[in-house]
Structure formats: structure tokens, C-alpha cells
Ligand binder design. Structure first.
Ligand code: ACO
Length: 327
């Protein structure tokens, strides 16, 4: 018998061991803890070891999510993996590498590229796929931004950190994944870009390094509007007020973005949950890392209503309304 809804049955996350503080960065850059913290809310970030790869992080997070859901990898019907930093450029996909590492023999697998909105995009797609196929889906976000960061650029390198997280989704008799809205604004794609793609023919000569390039100021105001409008849309479409949402889980790009959103929504900044002080911006992994942190520290109660909201390169944006159905 097919079940009419979808729920999250387990989460997991992984952060590399190495902690790099703002003071550590200031040793080699013209910056300071005071500047970074006051402009971003970041105190430190985790940076992967040289022998760690995005796949290693995805694998560690996935094992924990499967374990929490009490499921074996062979039971998975699909793996969706969001990343801007795959182990390989394009092929093979990180999702296929993960499928092999997990020995998830019965799962289809593909990567999803929606930058920092990747996890909210993937939850929506996973929900539709589960309703059609009635099989479990593992949604993973693994981002090693340290590998595409120019460590000599104080405008960008202070913002990013490495990490991964996963959520296991199942067909359900109760409604766990309530609603999602997704959007894109390709006209503003140039605000955050990473070169090295197939626009140029391949060459035997080594290419110059490709670092993520960002127009921070412009992104800031776009992000504030996108996050505010997505929250308002989710509330309106579901006839809810902000007071009815138990946990708002935004993408962790910059605490000042969250402060500006809170001001517009006339709510205390603390209503927009944040762990950016310790993780920095882990792109699409930031929402599921925070979700797993809330889950594992017992902050989520059964039937709590969660709202996730993200914006990212592309530009992309979106959010999910989630009823927490785990005990
Ligand atoms: N340390 C010290 N000074 C710095 C640093 C630094 N790390 N970085 C920049 N400055 C200097 C600049 O050189 C500039 O100096 P000037 O006035 O002498 O020219 C001054 O500080 C102000 O620079 P701005 O770039 O205008 O600083 P701003 O207040 O805009 O903060 C920041 C920069 C933090 C990048 C901000 O614009 C931001 O967070 N934007 C959003 C970007 C974002 O969210 N990116 C995430 C990636 S996208 C995503 O997650 C989807």
C-alpha cells in the first residue's frame, strides 16, 4: 500500500577536526578577529585535512543519518547529493562515489547543483520522488569550500568553512514534508561564480587556479530580500504566522544578513537560528548541519514545525516547511 506523505527519519553531520580561528587567519592576512566577527558573526571554521575529501565527509554524515533511521544502505532507492566541490570535476558524480562507498546497491544517484540552496532544493525533489516510487531517499550536502577559496583574498576566505550533513527521508502515513518553494534568478549569476568549466576548450596545459569569486555587497542585499520574501511566502501559502513556527533554520552566510532579515520581519534575531560563529558558511551543508545539531541536542520535539530558508549562487533561493515527526 502506498503511503501519502514523506518524513525525515534520521539526520547526521560531519565537521572536520581542524579548527581555524579568526586569529589564525590574521597571522597571514591583513584582517582581525574584531573585523571578521563584527562583519560576519564568524569566530572560527572547520577546515578539512589535506587527506580528506568531500566524499569522506559525505560518507561520515550519511552513515550517521542511516544509523539514526535504523536503515541499511541497500534499502535506499535514491541518493541526491548537493555540492559545489565534488571529488571530481563533473564525472563521476559525488553521489555515485557515495553510492559505491556505502554499498547502496539498489540506489540511483545523482549530484544536484544549486549552490547554498542545494539542500532545500533536494528536499523538495526527494519528496516528489518518494511519493512516486515509495522508496527511501538519502539527501546529502557535502561542501569543501576551502578547496576553492583564495586564501590570499580577505574578502572571501574569512567567510567559508568545510562540512557535510545528510537526512534520510521515508514514505510516511503522516505529513512530515509539508511544503517547499524554490526559485532562481539567473540574471544575477555573476555575483558568485567559479571558473574552470567547459566554456573554454580542454587543454594539456595546467589551467590557472579557479577560485570562487564574489561580489559581497551586492549579494548581501539580494540575500536579505530573498530570505525575507521566501519566509513570507511560506507563511502566506500555508496560512501560518511566524509565532506558529517552532524553529527557523536559515542558510548560514553571514549573521548580519540574518540581523537585517530579522529587522524587516520585526522579530528578534535569535528567532533565526545560527551556528555560524563556529562553522562559518558551509554552503548547502549549513542548513542540514544545523538541523542535525538541533536534532542531536534534543531541541526538536515531535510535531514541531520547522522552516528552512536558503539563498545561493546561481542565484537560487527557496525553503521548506517541515513537521518534525521523530520521537
Ligand atoms: N578584514 C579587514 N578588512 C576587510 C576585510 C577583512 N577580512 N574584507 C574586506 N575588508 C575591507 C575592504 O577592503 C573595505 O576597505 P575600504 O573601505 O578601505 O575599501 C572595507 O573592509 C569594507 O569592505 P566591504 O566589502 O564593503 O565590507 P562589507 O561590510 O560589505 O562586508 C562581506 C563584506 C562580509 C563579504 C559582506 O559583504 C557579505 O557578507 N556579503 C554577503 C556575501 C555572502 O553572503 N557570501 C556568501 C557566499 S554566497 C552564499 O552563501 C550563498
Amino acid at each position: 500500500m502506498s503511503l501519502p506523505f514523506v518524513k525525515i527519519a534520521g539526520t547526521g553531520s560531519y565537521l572536520p577536526q581542524r579548527v581555524v580561528s579568526n586569529d589564525d587567519l590574521a597571522l597571514g592576512l591583513d584582517t582581525s578577529d574584531e573585523w571578521i566577527y563584527s562583519h560576519t558573526g564568524i569566530r572560527e571554521r572547520r577546515i578539512a585535512a589535506d587527506n580528506e575529501s568531500p566524499l569522506d565527509m559525505a560518507f561520515a554524515a550519511s552513515r550517521l543519518a542511516l544509523q539514526q533511521a535504523g536503515m541499511e544502505p541497500e534499502e535506499l532507492g535514491m541518493i541526491m547529493l548537493s555540492t559545489c566541490t565534488g571529488d571530481y570535476n563533473y564525472l563521476p558524480s559525488s553521489a555515485c562515489l557515495l553510492q559505491h562507498r556505502l554499498q547502496a546497491k539498489n540506489a540511483a544517484a545523482f549530484d544536484l547543483l544549486a549552490a547554498c540552496s542545494g539542500f532545500v532544493y533536494a528536499l523538495d525533489l526527494a519528496g516528489a520522488w518518494i511519493l512516486a516510487h515509495q522508496k527511501p531517499v538519502l539527501v546529502v550536502a557535502s561542501e569543501m569550500l576551502s578547496r576553492i577559496t583564495d586564501w590570499q583574498s580577505r574578502e572571501t576566505c574569512i567567510l567559508f568553512g568545510d562540512g557535510a550533513a545528510a537526512a534520510l527521508l521515508l514514505p510516511s502515513a503522516e505529513e512530515g514534508l509539508v511544503y517547499s518553494c524554490l526559485g532562481a534568478d539567473g540574471e544575477k549569476g555573476h555575483l558568485l561564480a567559479l571558473g574552470g568549466g567547459c566554456k573554454e576548450p580542454a587543454s594539456r596545459e595546467p589551467r590557472s587556479p579557479s577560485y570562487v569569486e564574489m561580489q559581497g555587497r551586492a549579494l548581501f542585499s539580494v540575500a536579505v530580500r530573498a530570505i525575507e520574501q521566501t519566509i513570507v511566502k511560506i507563511l502566506q501559502e500555508n496560512q501560518l504566522s511566524l509565532e506558529q513556527i517552532d524553529h527557523i533554520i536559515p542558510h548560514q552566510a553571514n549573521l548580519r544578513i540574518l540581523e537585517a532579515v530579522a529587522k524587516r520581519l520585526q522579530i528578534p534575531t535569535a528567532r533565526l537560528l545560527s551556528n555560524i560563529d563556529k562553522t562559518a558558511n558551509t554552503s548547502s551543508a549549513s542548513i542540514p548541519i544545523l538541523l542535525d545539531e538541533l536534532n542531536r541536542t534534543g531541541k526538536l520535539k515531535k510535531n514541531d514545525l520547522l522552516l528552512s530558508v536558503a539563498f545561493g549562487g546561481g542565484l537560487t533561493y527557496g525553503g521548506n516547511l517541515i513537521r518534525w515527526l521523530k520521537d
